[in-house]
Design a protein. Structure first.
Length: 249
């Protein structure tokens, strides 16, 4: 377990170093372009940016994250269309991406790739709204074209896996407690995720963003007063959406 944690931390560090190098590279290219150097526009286009984000995501997740491959594929297809117009009908790309994403959800929903040794509470909401109070220590929820509100009251919250596609998920953890650091792995695509946490929790984000944002709207945050085990880490991806962190204080 300790070895796994060390490997994960190493990949996180590698992905941050890679992200820093890529940002510096893009900034340098952009600066050279502004100073009159002839730089092809495609090098610092939004297509290259999402390809770079996809690659960083793959490094972070040991090349096991489907969304990273999807980002690279989408960026590459649009680049090919720039050089050879009409090669791929751009109008079909987003629907195909959504279908592929749905296939992965169905695959996991049928039980493939699940950790059978971890007890989970699972819920799937599609074209509907759901409100629930749950005492599960760990749960999975998927919301597609709908809305989900979950009030977690577990006193030993261990984490969650949340998928939101064209919808919204509100997670209230203010009545929950941590006995050890927990992780919420989320995928947000054209949607929003709001997480309400107790004032004495420390929240750190390791989310991969593409045309999205993470907003921490809490006030009076004093990380030095937070107990070591009350740490919530956010991992996963956010594409064309937003993740918001709130607290009552």
């Amino acid at each position: 377990m300790e070895h796994f944690g060390g490997e994960q931390q190493k990949r996180q560090q590698q992905s941050k170093i890679l992200a820093g190098i890529l940002v510096i590279t893009f900034g340098t290219i952009f600066l050279l372009d502004r100073t009159g150097v002839d730089i092809p526009n495609w090098i610092y286009s939004w297509k290259m940016i999402i390809i770079a984000v996809g690659f960083v995501s793959l490094v972070k997740h040991n090349f096991k994250k489907l969304s990273g491959y999807v980002l690279i594929a989408v960026g590459t297809i649009f680049l090919i269309n720039d050089f050879e117009p009409g090669t791929v009908d751009a109008k079909l790309i987003i629907p195909v991406v959504i279908i592929a994403f749905g296939i992965t959800i169905l695959w996991k929903g049928l039980g493939f790739g699940k950790d059978k040794h971890k007890k989970k509470h699972f819920e799937s909401v599609m074209f509907d709204a759901s409100t629930e109070e749950a005492s599960s220590d760990y749960f999975e929820t998927r919301t597609i074209f709908g809305g989900t509100e979950k009030n977690i009251v577990s006193k030993d919250f261990r984490g969650a896996k949340i998928t939101t596609v064209f919808g919204g998920t509100d997670l209230d953890l203010t009545n929950a407690d941590l006995k050890q650091p927990a992780t919420i792995d989320s995928t947000t695509l054209f949607g929003g995720l709001t997480i309400m946490v107790p004032a004495d929790w420390k929240v750190q984000s390791e989310l991969t963003m593409a045309f999205g944002a993470v907003e921490d709207k809490r006030r009076n945050i004093n990380a030095s007063e937070t107990e070591d085990h009350k740490v919530l880490t956010l991992t996963g991806n956010c594409f064309f959406g937003g993740v918001e962190i709130q607290s009552y204080l």
